[in-house]
Design a protein around this ligand. Structure first.
Ligand code: CLF
Ligand code: SF4
Length: 504
């Protein structure tokens, strides 16, 4: 099958163009208009969009047709969710009602995804009934699905008929010998198939499904779970193969294996990759493929911006009495449209500012030859609650975005989850040394930017060699990071080598 040239041509030849690796706005500049429209408000397919747009998942798909060694059936599909998380399974009718309620309350919501708790395409009636119900009531909401790929070729036509523009396939290998170490069995044509043959069939079906989707002009993201000692050496090859077949984006996610999750890998003490191993592999694949770095491995019933979970606000009992009629739908749509216009204007303004000529200090710095140390990239952490702004108090942050910053660009390279230091009340931190754990999580970073920060964390961060910075509240993240880099260089702080890198 021939890939749609419009899709494969937008996968960058190199992940880093013109030295501004993180700028997805630049990436979008070269995109065909119809592709740009597909990704500009999808929080997973566009790093820029993830600061502004929300997604929700509905857990309508309980069954699965394969077994992965990192999965325990008691929990959600670990191909897109953190293992150990359980979602309440909804009927398609309940799922449609919940989606209407969320889209009315969260006007930044642009995408409805089905990602579990089993495999959506192993539950085709429930999955497609949900998609049809939502498409009928809210045609402006993008529909998205994540699958292990075994049943995918059987459903490509139905996905296209539902106007589904975004499909994720979890592809952990393209070699059956590797696959046999990940998948003990699949359920195929009414029988349980085991071992290498199971992996061979699964890989064949995944690749066929990928080709069929690309031929239909559907954007494909490939998720891969990085399993040290099993597929870590192999994923670069996976990246090359799926790129050649026209996949749009590759998302390498770390294996999470804990004995208490009861998975095969958890029980046999298979280790997870370190943050540094994950980043190294993402960097290695980036030469060949457009890599996703902002995935939060969200749950099968996640609601909100990536990284936040507002699911508890929309349980079935809370939405049971909602009256949803034509007027309700029209007014929710009007609010969503207005929100999208606002976000688009804000992004255009950010882009305009980024394109204005660099200040004199930056120009003169580039004209004279900087020493290698002075020009080195710096890892910085950012506390944000969305909108692309530095707008979160240090003590309230539950995660920090990690950027690699140079003289002219800031590239998102990951995120680190932490407990929040001030959990309410008069006191911050506790005897478990929450602050110490946050500082440990920020190892390798040389600065942390936040809207505000208290005296105690300020002192301890400084003592740990991480410069606290509350001087850019409500400013756009990337511009503020570059400004801080310039300040550090001007102060001679970049003459010293970077601390031991333990990247996101
Ligand atoms: Fe959901 Fe997945 Fe669609 Fe996104 S999630 S079905 S593509 S709308 Fe996104 Fe969540 Fe990562 Fe998935 S952050 S786990 S990549
Ligand atoms: Fe579990 Fe998902 Fe794998 Fe099925 S595809 S076994 S639900 S991780």
């Amino acid at each position: 099958m021939t890939p749609d040239p419009n899709v494969s041509s937008i996968v960058p030849k190199s992940g880093c163009t013109a030295g501004s690796c993180g700028s997805k706005a630049d990436q979008m500049a070269g995109m065909p208009e119809h592709i740009r429209r597909k990704v500009e408000d999808h929080p997973c397919y566009s790093e820029k969009a993830h600061h502004h747009y929300a997604r929700m998942h509905v857990a309508v798909a309980p069954a699965c047709n394969i077994q992965c060694h990192y999965c325990n059936r008691k929990y959600d599909c670990a191909n897109e969710s953190r293992p150990g998380v359980v979602s309440e399974v909804l009927t398609p009718e309940q799922a449609v009602k919940k989606t209407l309620a969320v889209a009315a309350a969260i006007p930044q919501m642009s995408v409805l995804g089905i990602a579990g708790p089993g495999d959506p395409l192993a539950n085709p009636e429930r999955t497609f009934a949900t998609f049809r119900g939502i498409a009928e009531k809210m045609p402006d909401i993008k529909l998205c699905v994540s699958t292990n790929g075994l049943a995918l070729p059987d459903h490509v036509e139905a996905l296209a008929a539902c106007n589904i523009d975004h499909v994720t396939i979890t592809i952990n290998c393209v070699d059956a010998d590797v696959g046999a170490q990940i998948y003990p069995w699949i359920f195929w044509q009414g029988e349980r198939v085991r071992g290498r043959e199971a992996a061979r069939i699964l890989i064949e079906r995944q690749q066929l499904g990928l080709e069929m989707l690309v031929a239909r002009g559907i954007l494909v993201k490939v998720n891969s779970v990085l399993i040290p000692g099993v597929n870590d050496q192999h994923l670069k090859e996976v990246s090359k193969v799926v790129k050649a077949k026209g996949a749009f984006l590759h998302n390498v996610m770390p294996l999470i294996a804990e004995a208490e999750h009861g998975t095969f890998y958890g029980l046999m003490a298979q280790r997870s990759p370190s943050a540094e191993e994950l980043k190294d592999l993402q960097d290695a694949c980036e030469g060949d493929m457009n890599m996703m770095r902002h995935c939060r491995q969200c749950r099968a019933d996640a609601v909100g911006l990536l990284g936040e979970d507002r699911g508890a606000e929309f349980t079935l009992d809370k939405i049971a009495d909602m009256q949803i009629d034509e007027a309700f739908l029209a007014s929710a749509k009007a609010v969503r449209d207005a929100t999208k216009r606002k976000i688009t204007a804000a992004l255009e303004e950010q882009q305009r500012r980024a394109e204005t000529p660099a200040p004199q200090a930056v120009i003169s710095f580039h004209r004279r030859k900087p020493s290698a140390d002075e020009g080195r990239p710096v890892l910085m952490a950012v506390a944000t609650k969305g909108g692309g702004l530095i707008n979160e108090h240090f003590g309230h942050a539950r995660e920090f975005l990690i950027y690699q910053v140079t003289a002219t660009a800031a590239k998102l390279v990951g995120h680190r989850k932490t407990a929040n230091y001030c959990s309410g009340g008069d006191t911050c931190g506790d005897e478990e040394d929450v602050l110490g754990n946050i500082i440990a999580a920020l190892a390798g970073c040389e600065a942390v930017l936040c809207a505000k920060i208290g005296f105690e964390p300020w002192g301890r961060l400084e003592a740990a060699g991480i410069a606290p910075n509350g001087e850019h509240p409500m400013e756009p993240i990337e511009a503020a990071l570059v400004a801080v880099w310039q300040e550090m260089r001007a102060a001679g702080k970049l003459r010293t080598p970077a601390p031991a890198q333990r990247c996101a």
